[in-house]
Design a binder for this molecule. Structure first.
Ligand SMILES: Cc1cc2nc3c(=O)[nH]c(=O)nc-3n(C[C@H](O)[C@H](O)[C@H](O)COP(=O)(O)OP(=O)(O)OC[C@H]3O[C@@H](n4cnc5c(N)ncnc54)[C@H](O)[C@@H]3O)c2cc1C
Length: 287
């Protein structure tokens, strides 16, 4: 048997049939058409070639995958969207969580989501109750991937990081055991999961607090990157005095020259000054 993490796998003697038979979801190995579609990452510069990819549908599927991997000395990685793709993170067996798609918003101010859910799957439902999540600059990443990394977003100065809003994780640890983890049940694991990303286990579901925010005032102003030094210098002086109801950041980026990108930004290095005000709009600086 030859299994290495950096090269396409040559897997001569591992049969995944026993695992496949246990799953509610599906398992695919190189050569099957579904394999390429499933492991095709968001970041095309990072090819991921695990020996098998397991598209889970239940927490029991995750338990089965982790136990199977453990019994055969294989590593198991986890991925929701692939936004944080890194070749070695795929492991020998890549668990894809997109099928864990539960979204329940409790109008009193908290949510339970499956670990495959992106912020875009929660925001409209939460907004219909006047609620919001403390999400980051994009809604296209998974809530669990974002939160297990801390989760610092455009509301951070007012509401902190999303890891501090977690009530409970459901997680499968490396020993293949499913656990519910809170501040009082497995507190060390609860601590580790709020920053440790996939290192502490594969989260299957998460419960966390939302904030009441029926509307907000904010957005971004774009500049040509050639003006970045001057603009950032002015922005720093302005940001120094910003009350904690405001959060601001800047980003330098280059968007591709595609028709759907606004012409002033397409194919050009740009600077965005981003701002969000959590107080009443008329009191926002600059209003
Ligand atoms: C355009 C863009 C804007 C961003 N803006 C922000 C921002 O404002 N603030 C911020 O904090 N971050 C931001 N990020 C970073 C983003 O939060 C991380 O890349 C995050 O890890 C993406 O999670 P994912 O699950 O979608 O990605 P994936 O590539 O699917 O997963 C990345 C990693 O997350 C962990 N992970 C995913 N699912 C699980 C799980 N079920 N159990 C345990 N670990 C898991 C694993 O370590 C995995 O390797 C941004 C990323 C992008 C692409």
């Amino acid at each position: 048997m030859t299994l290495t993490l950096d090269a396409p796998y040559v897997d001569s003697d591992i049969s995944f049939d026993a695992l496949r038979a246990e799953l509610t979801g599906s398992l695919h190995t190189p050569g099957e058409p579904e394999y390429d579609a499933l492991v095709s990452p968001w970041n095309l510069a990072v090819p991921m070639r695990p020996a098998a990819v397991v598209a889970v549908r239940t927490a029991e599927d995750v338990v089965a995958a982790v136990r199977f991997a453990g019994a055969r000395g294989l590593t198991a990685g986890v991925q929701a969207t692939g936004h944080g793709a890194e070749r070695s993170l795929a492991g020998h067996l890549l668990v894809l969580t997109r099928g864990l798609d539960e979204v329940t918003v409790h109008p009193e101010g908290w949510a339970r989501i499956g670990s495959g859910v992106k912020w875009s799957g929660l925001v409209p439902i939460a907004a219909s109750h006047g609620l919001a999540g403390v999400n980051g600059s994009t809604t296209d990443v998974s809530i669990v991937g974002y939160t297990t990394g801390g989760g610092v977003g455009p509301l951070a100065r007012t509401y902190g990081i999303n890891a501090d809003r977690v009530r409970a994780f459901e997680v499968v640890t490396g020993d293949g055991v499913f656990r519910r983890v809170t501040a009082t049940e497995h507190p060390d694991l609860f601590f580790a999961l709020r920053g440790g990303k996939g290192a502490a286990g594969i989260v299957t579901a998460m419960e966390f607090d939302l904030i009441r925010m029926p509307e907000f005032y904010g957005g971004a102003i774009y500049f040509d990157a050639a003006d970045a030094a001057r603009v950032v210098d002015r922005w720093r002086g302005w940001a120094d005095d910003l009350p904690e109801l405001g959060t601001t950041s800047f980003a330098i980026f280059q968007l591709p020259p595609l028709p759907e990108i606004p012409p002033p930004l397409a194919g050009r290095m740009s600077l965005a000054i981003r701002f969000l005000w959590a107080g009443s709009p008329p009191r926002a600086p600059g209003c």
